[in-house]
Design a protein around this ligand. Structure first.
Ligand code: SKM
Length: 282
């Protein structure tokens, strides 16, 4: 470990993000000097295209790492010196480490979901899983599910072409798995046969109320995951808990991406449970 850490989050409208306080509280508990600043494009009148210039300025001013969020996760790729295969496969990076002046990309949305799933639902059956939503969070989660051993992954999206494209892009990376896409007609039978149902749509957020699927389709035999954390108790999560399902709520991915970023940045193992408790208190 080193003497002090200076980290930034680059994104649009992220001043109130919970990631900086999550990192800072964990660092304080570990006895590290750690400052994590939001670099809000909206506040400084910059666009996503400026991410490379901001990172280079940060490097020159002594920053050790950045988290990168909307709308920069793809734009950042061209400014990196190294991208490990997993992040390259996703074509999205949310963590940039600065080592010897070089920018090294990572994707802890993907690894963070996978590690949260392994930590919190270690017994979840992975024969068949249905995933709802294939946007930015969805592509990281789909990769994480397949990388975690899901044998048969069905992607559903209101935009069927997007689901099909996602399936086609993922399939070559997981040759022993089946990755498919379905329209609304195929969703019900797929959910009936699935071990797990994962929501990566925005439906259930405070400003997108409701459930992403007919909740009557969920049974006690399913495990259920959601990526939404505002609120953590979405209608889907609430119903699944009522039924006694194993549940991975959206706080798990929010904490998971921070846990994995913190470990990459500091080399120190964070305390996932302590970070989750702090996250839920904010
Ligand atoms: O990937 C994460 C990112 O690391 C932090 C973040 C936030 O704090 O809003 C959101 C996600 O994109």
């Amino acid at each position: 470990t080193q003497e002090s850490y200076l980290i930034g989050l680059i994104g649009d409208g992220i001043t109130a993000s919970l990631t900086p306080p999550m990192h800072e509280a964990e660092a304080a508990a570990q006895g590290l000097h750690y400052l994590y600043r939001p670099v809000d494009l909206a506040l400084i009148g910059r666009s996503g295209e400026d991410v490379g210039e901001l990172m280079r300025a940060g490097r020159d001013l002594g920053f050790n790492a950045f988290n990168i969020t909307h709308p920069c996760k793809q734009i950042v790729l061209e400014h990196l010196d190294e991208i490990p295969e997993r992040a390259a496969a996703l074509q999205a990076v949310n963590t940039v480490l600065i080592r010897d002046g070089k920018f090294i990309g990572e994707n802890t949305d993907q690894s963070g979901f996978a590690s949260a799933l392994a930590a919190e639902l270690p017994d979840a059956a992975k024969d068949k899983v249905v995933q709802l939503g294939t946007g930015g969070a969805g592509s990281a989660v789909a990769y994480a599910l397949l990388d975690s051993g899901v044998q048969d992954l069905t992607l559903f999206d209101l935009d069927l072409d997007r689901a099909k494209e996602r399936a086609a892009a993922l399939a070559p990376h997981f040759p022993s798995a089946r990755v498919g896409a379905t329209d609304a007609a195929g969703l019900e039978p797929a959910v009936e046969q699935a071990n797990g149902v994962v929501n990566c749509t925005p439906i259930g957020m405070h400003h997108h109320p409701g459930a992403p699927i007919d909740l009557e389709l969920i049974t006690a035999e399913h495990w259920v995951a959601d990526v939404i954390y505002l609120p953590v108790d979405t209608p889907l999560v609430t119903r699944a808990r009522e039924l006694g399902c194993q549940v991975l709520d959206g706080g798990a991915m929010a904490v998971g991406q921070a846990v994995d970023a913190f470990r990459l940045i500091t080399g120190v193992e964070p305390d996932r449970q302590r970070m989750r408790v702090h996250f839920l208190e904010m």
